[in-house]
Design a protein. Structure first.
Length: 118
């Protein structure tokens, strides 16, 4: 699902590169274009800022929901923007999957899926 989203964003970005004059006329399209250029594959879902390590392995410490949301906001800004618009029950479901050891890639796909298919 993430690969599909990245391909879709690539197609959108390619469309903007074909007609940059049209994109320059619309502030929303300019903002969207800037966000698309920020999307890069993440080498690792690991962060260590003295508060513990959060990664893909099943042995990662379980963080609070607030810590999870902070991690998501800092490392995956675009995904976080979708996450915060989800209903509380969907956000809780994503957090419970995180606590169960789901990878960030899986969680990000689930967030996008829940956002697009409420």
């Amino acid at each position: 699902d993430c690969q599909y989203l990245l391909r879709l964003l690539g197609v959108i970005a390619a469309g903007y590169s074909v007609s940059p004059a049209l994109a320059a006329d619309d502030p929303y399209l300019e903002l969207l274009d800037r966000e698309v250029t920020k999307v890069e594959p993440v080498a690792s879902d690991t962060v260590d800022e003295g508060r513990g390590v959060v990664g893909n392995d099943a042995s990662r410490p379980v963080a609070s929901k607030e810590s999870f949301e902070t991690l998501l906001r800092r490392q995956h800004v675009g995904t976080y923007s979708f996450y915060r618009r989800l209903p509380e029950r969907s956000r809780e479901e994503v957090y419970l999957d995180y606590r169960s050891g789901a990878s960030m890639e899986v969680l990000r796909g689930k967030i996008i899926d829940r956002y697009l298919h409420p």
